[in-house]
Design a protein around this ligand. Sequence first.
Ligand SMILES: [Zn+2]
Length: 198
Amino acid sequence: MASQEIERLTAALARLPGLGPRSARRAVLWLIKRREGALVELVEALGAVRATLVECGTCGNVDTTDPCSICADPRRDARALCVVEEVADLWALDRARLFTGRYHVLGGRLSALDGVRPEDLTIDRLLARVAAGGIDEVLLAMNATLEGQTTAHYIAERLEGLPVRVTQLAHGLPVGGELDYLDEGTLAQAIRARRPLG
Ligand SMILES: [Zn+2]
């Protein structure tokens, strides 16, 4: 019978994506055996993340500064804006190192099924950014899912009338493909071959 503390840790780990109760229990046992090493390291890393991470008030990225290091980087092209569903997508695209502009994180995708409406996402903030001027291209980098594409078309409609070119990632992304799971070569190709949305 494990102690309450161990049960609590196991339950917390079991909620992580990709882990279940079985692997959580294995991870806990592994950590207990390394009380002075890996466990300390994990506690410190978690504490540091909790204490320092903030959401960027401009783009929605998660970083240790607000504005985030991408928004604050003068070498990035302020005239190109890439719109993504989640922070994980931003990180995936940025790892591919082909897009040199800035980002906008929506915080999800429109979904009738899950009851996600336009006002639940940062679409108004995106429109305000574009309306403020200085942006030539808005690249809609939604996932190749039905909900992702519905979201892209909705945003493209809302952008109509604003003086920007609206593009999307090249097709060839696997249908149902989530950006976060694609390899960097595939992502880079999708960015390079991006095309007007229509
Ligand atoms: Zn930012």
